[in-house]
Design a protein around this ligand. Sequence first.
Ligand code: SF4
Length: 201
Amino acid sequence: MDFTKLATALRKREYEVSCFETGADAANYLDAQIDGVTVGFGDSMTLKDLGIYELLSKHNTVYDPAHPRDGMDFYTTAPLCLTTDVFLTSVNGIAETGEMVNIDGTGNRVAGSLYGHKKVYFVAGANKVVPTLEEAAHRARNIAAPLNAARHGYKTPCAFKKDHCYDCYSPQRICNAQVIYWQKMNHMNMEVVLINESLGL
Ligand code: SF4
């Protein structure tokens, strides 16, 4: 995929942008950029695919709800991620016009992506890129969320059928909030790392 149009649109919206052909190149870049700081993770299969937790843990203090430290769990780890120097997550959809979309059930992912850090990295593969904001929102709700619910084994209609959102009232619903990132948040550095591979959900 040619990221030229998307990168231009994102820069116009005040994000830094880095583009890589492979996930390995992107992982090496992040490993070099993030050093000697505190790092928080927002749930992301993309970051998991890239092995970012393992890389950064060697030379940073990393909090990841998916990798709780001894004696901790999701609920004690997730709050710590909200005030780290650096926060890493992905997005459920990116429009070529530069808007990004994330859906969240618990809120730690979107909360950490909006405020409280010196820098936020959004890491996304080419599979997340669609032409318009409407399609990015549609992707988040009807592709990423059902796949994510299925991955967790949640009892939601989308997890069983994996076809689209049913706007359910399940106690395990994972779509309790949807955030549209129109532009970089004020007073925070934000970088979008684009990777020309299919990564995450
Ligand atoms: S609202 Fe319910 S059915 Fe729709 S994607 Fe979210 S969990 Fe699935």
